[in-house]
Design a protein around this ligand. Structure first.
Ligand SMILES: Cc1cc2nc3c(=O)[nH]c(=O)nc-3n(C[C@H](O)[C@H](O)[C@H](O)COP(=O)(O)O)c2cc1C
Length: 455
């Protein structure tokens, strides 16, 4: 249904205070004003729109504020985003009313110096009370909207929105209705009360001293339902933007380490080579001795026949070396050896296997004695461990699972021989990589006290 809409701003020259009876002031002005259509009062179906500022003032939401920041903090339930600007700190937060807006709705404009005006405690209740008074006074059915001004993400400029409503449809759900082309609308919900608020602001203007207006022509949006402006607030679980971008990145960084779990079961889905490259690029940022970057990687993919045969050859050779240790050094029986070796081998089936290597030739110092050479080797090995952890954290952040398997550490010569590496190349096991079959299990946060050695 479309119809002409008339918006009549009503100037009120009055400095509002808690001593005022707002409903009486509104009714008095509406009775005395001259109507553009020469009518003489409210009509059935009119919507009375009033700014939250005067509602808040008459409800006593005026506070002496030594610091506006303190008032903002007091009104804030949840900080969404903050940004340091030349004018100070901008805070976007959710208030106790559920609204997400700048400065928690704390306003230092249009109020005496040294005071701030907070939002009404319950704007829907305020709207309902005003509606009852106005209807009783004029004997007609009206709606009431209480407005406030807000910025919008992605759009410059502010518009007015409804923060309180009574007797007015706040949302109009078009889902299931058909457009002129015969398409069924699937998810169009129009924020009627917000549109009314914005239209009224256009008619009254910010500086014109008209905190009140009457909207005529939208009677079809009056409702007997207990529609509330509070219902326009998007539930947190449906909000894709519940945290500012910078805050979300900080939050993500905090969780990056905890997200990595050893994953031993993978799907057959293709692992993107670019992701492995990005993980390597992160791996080599690990701290390492003497300003070296001694990290090297061999990538073996299951879906590359050359890689796959090289991988099988390596694993077969390592198995032979392992069998030789089990028989020759450990003295295990053939049955025991058979049982050990027959265990499922993740490295044969994972979509990608990466062999991390730390190369002592990349700058390890040499000493005349074994003790210091061994310590020097440890330096490089622990740096290699840090690199592998970086690597796996990045894989996890990219949605890939990984498992760090010891194997090559026990058979370094097999790896050196197969890939033509020098004696100083130290393989650091092998990392099996793929898309996780199931997400890694959550684990409780650790208590650092359990890991501290008291001096
Ligand atoms: C150097 C090293 C060698 C590992 N070797 C194996 C291995 O041979 N087989 C295996 O299943 N897991 C291996 N792991 C993975 C550990 O079992 C795993 O990290 C541990 O259970 C903790 O679980 P999380 O990685 O999910 O935190 C190894 C881990 C490290 C650091």
């Amino acid at each position: 249904m479309s119809s002409p809409i008339t918006i009549v701003p009503v100037a009120i020259e009055h400095s509002f205070s808690p001593d005022d009876d707002l409903a009486a002031i509104i009714c008095e002005h509406l009775s005395q004003m001259s109507w553009p259509d020469d009518g003489n009062g409210l009509l059935d179906g009119d919507i009375v729109v009033i700014t939250s500022k005067v509602v808040a003032k008459t409800e006593g939401q005026i506070f002496a504020a030594t610091s506006r920041d303190d008032a903002i903090r007091e009104q804030t339930v949840r900080i969404v985003a903050t940004k340091q600007t030349p004018r100070g700190l901008t805070t976007i937060s959710q208030t106790k009313h559920g609204l997400v807006l700048a400065a928690a709705g704390v306003d230092a404009s249009n109020t005496d110096e040294g005071t701030v005006v907070l939002l009404p405690e319950d704007s829907d209740a305020s709207a309902a009370a005003l509606r009852t008074s106005i209807q009783d006074h004029f004997g007609v059915r009206v709606g009431v909207v209480i407005t406030d001004t807000m910025g919008r993400p992605w759009r410059l400029g502010v518009t007015d929105v409804a923060i309180g409503a009574a007797g007015v449809q706040v949302l109009d759900d078009f889902t299931g209705r058909t457009d002129p082309y015969g398409n069924t609308l699937e998810m169009t919900v129009v924020a009627i009360a917000d549109e009314i608020a914005a239209a009224v602001e256009l008619a009254t203007g910010k500086l014109a001293g008209a905190p009140l207006a009457v909207v005529r022509g939208l009677g079809h949006h009056l409702t007997a339902d207990a529609a509330r402006a509070r219902d326009v607030v998007r539930p947190l679980e449906e909000d894709l933007f519940w945290l500012g971008a910078a805050e979300a990145m900080v939050e993500g960084a905090k969780h990056a380490v905890g997200q990595r779990r050893t994953i031993r079961h993978f799907t057959d889905d293709h692992v993107d080579a670019v992701v492995i490259e990005r993980a390597i690029a992160d791996a080599v940022l690990a701290p390492a001795p003497h300003h070296t970057e001694p990290f090297r990687f061999i990538v073996l993919r299951a879906d590359n026949s050359h890689h796959a045969s090289g991988r099988t050859q390596l694993l077969d050779a390592m198995r032979e070396a392992w069998i030789a240790d089990l028989a020759g050094i450990d003295g295990k029986s053939p049955e025991e050896i058979e049982r050990r070796v027959a265990r499922g081998d993740l490295l044969r089936t994972a979509p990608v296997v990466v062999i991390p290597i730390v190369d002592l030739a990349a700058g390890a110092h040499t000493y005349p004695d074994d003790r210091r050479n061994a310590a020097e080797r440890d330096l490089f090995m622990v740096a290699g461990g840090a690199a592998v952890e970086n690597f796996m954290i990045r894989l996890a952040a990219e949605g890939l699972g990984s498992a760090w398997i010891s194997s090559t550490i026990f058979a370094p010569d097999v790896v050196r021989e197969q890939f033509g590496l020098g004696q100083q190349a130290m393989p650091l096991g092998a990392v099996a990589i793929g898309h996780p079959h199931a997400p890694g299990k959550d684990r409780p946060p650790r208590n650092p006290d359990d890991y501290l050695i008291e001096p």
